[in-house]
Design a binder for this molecule. Structure first.
Ligand code: FES
Length: 143
């Protein structure tokens, strides 16, 4: 399996790893097939994601995509962060091997879950804004 240099870099030196104390939103998603788990913490100021950190019990591709995803949403408005797709994250990493594409979905879902949590804490129904966070599809996850 061949990984791009960017994937290797973000895997070896992941950005924004850790937790945020008193986070405004926390999202946890799991991939039922491979058992990998991702937790995303966001801090929100003025509708902007001022800080983001993640922790994952996941494969190298999940670490690299989360690292890149956090870099891409940091400092962005919530609306723009929600538009981030796993495809855009993969492009920023110069691609992923096809069997690892599903791993990038975990990061996208974790961001959405954290934003949902943020709205919920504010007493706002997140579903019209964030949508329903899809589960990992059966058969799409490889270890
Ligand atoms: Fe489970 Fe990559 S996220 S194998």
């Amino acid at each position: 399996m061949v990984y791009s240099e960017k994937v290797m870099d973000h895997f070896a030196n992941p950005r924004n790893v850790g937790e945020i104390e008193n986070a405004d939103g926390i999202g946890e998603v799991g991939n039922s097939k491979c058992g990998d788990i991702m937790k995303m913490y966001i801090k929100v100021d003025d509708d902007t994601i001022s800080d983001v950190k993640f922790k994952t019990f996941g494969c190298g591709a999940a670490i690299a995509t989360s690292s890149m995803a956090t870099e891409l949403i940091k400092g962005k408005k919530i609306d723009d962060a929600l538009k981030l797709t796993n495809k855009a994250v993969m492009e920023a990493l110069d691609g992923l091997p096809p069997v690892k594409v599903h791993c990038s979905v975990l990061a996208e879902q974790a961001i959405k879950a954290a934003v949902s949590d943020y709205y919920q804490k504010k007493g706002i129904d997140p579903e019209p804004i964030v949508g329903i966070i899809p589960e990992c599809e059966e058969g799409h996850c490889h270890i």
